[in-house]
Design a binder for this molecule. Structure first.
Ligand code: ATP
Length: 269
């Protein structure tokens, strides 16, 4: 097991943004055929916050995050990163964010090390900086043994970790992570939590989607509950959960928890 000590300098590359809002979504809207995936979503992610986006399957989390980072064009509304509009000022906006998208698509025949080198060079980082940061990220994320393995041969958890390394490599100020802990083993998950915690302590902001309420409750300072494309509750974690656990509050807000008690009688032997 690699102890996480020190590690790469994750906050650094841009000048300090003057605004206190890392991510602002205003009236964000997306329709697929007859499905309104994201329905006029307004959200503000403060600088220095750890923001969890939770919601049932199909709630619109991935669609909202994809529009927030400029991967999917909205049908309406705006997304801005530290006051830079993602669609009218994409170069500046995207230089400030690191993204771990759902279903990361990368050149599969590159090795982990090659992928980081390629990513760093695309960001315009000097070779020496890319080499040093890639080394540290591979080590911290326990991918050193797999640095010469092609991505096509990576497990699901290894793909998440190399995706996170790609998101961190250029020293962003906002991380937008779709299900970063999915398929990741407990030791790596703990390392990732430490990295993200340090990132936020240093003034960065993290937005992540997750289905694991206990994790969101433990990690996040803020949370938004989204269902059927709409934000049903948002704010600091204490105010959203009230006197209940976040899971109880979630069930209450989305109106779930009644299924599974009937039917499937053929499963009982
Ligand atoms: N490319 C697409 N074409 C058509 N419908 C889509 C597309 N992408 C998403 N949808 C629909 O939009 C809605 C929101 O999907 P989305 O993937 O954003 O939900 P999610 O909250 O991320 O779900 P999950 O938790 O299951 O990952 C769903 O009804 C989904 O079927």
């Amino acid at each position: 097991m690699t102890e996480f000590s020190g590690g790469p300098e994750l906050i650094s590359d841009g000048e300090a943004p003057a605004t206190a809002t890392a991510l602002r979504l205003s009236g964000l809207y997306k329709v697929f055929g007859s499905t309104t995936a994201v329905d006029h979503v307004n959200l503000e992610v403060p600088s220095g916050s750890f923001f969890g986006l939770v919601g049932p399957n199909g709630a619109g989390k991935t669609t909202a995050l994809s529009m927030a980072v400029g991967l999917l064009r909205p049908d309406g509304g705006r997304a801005s990163i530290f006051d830079h509009d993602v669609w009218t000022d994409p170069t500046r906006a995207k230089s400030l964010i690191g993204v771990l998208p759902d279903g990361l698509s990368v050149p599969e025949r590159l090795t982990g090390r090659e992928l980081l080198t390629y990513t760093g060079r695309l960001h315009g980082l000097p070779t020496s900086v890319v080499t040093q940061r890639a080394q540290e990220l591979l080590s911290v994320l326990e991918l050193t043994d797999a640095e010469r393995t092609m991505i096509i041969d990576y497990s699901a958890g290894m793909r998440k970790k190399i995706g996170l390394a790609m998101a961190l490599l250029h020293g962003p100020r906002l991380l937008v992570l779709d299900e970063p802990f999915e398929a990741v083993d407990p030791v790596s998950a703990s390392t990732i939590r430490t990295i993200l915690g340090r990132f936020v302590e240093s003034g960065g902001a993290v937005v992540l989607s997750s289905h694991v309420m206990a994790l969101v409750e433990q990690l996040c300072t803020h949370v938004a509950v989204i269902t059927q494309g709409r934000v049903m509750a948002a704010g600091d974690v204490d105010s959203v959960r009230g006197q209940q656990s976040l899971e109880q509050a979630f069930m209450h807000i989305v109106g779930g928890g009644t299924g599974g008690g009937e039917g499937l009688s053929w499963l009982a032997s």
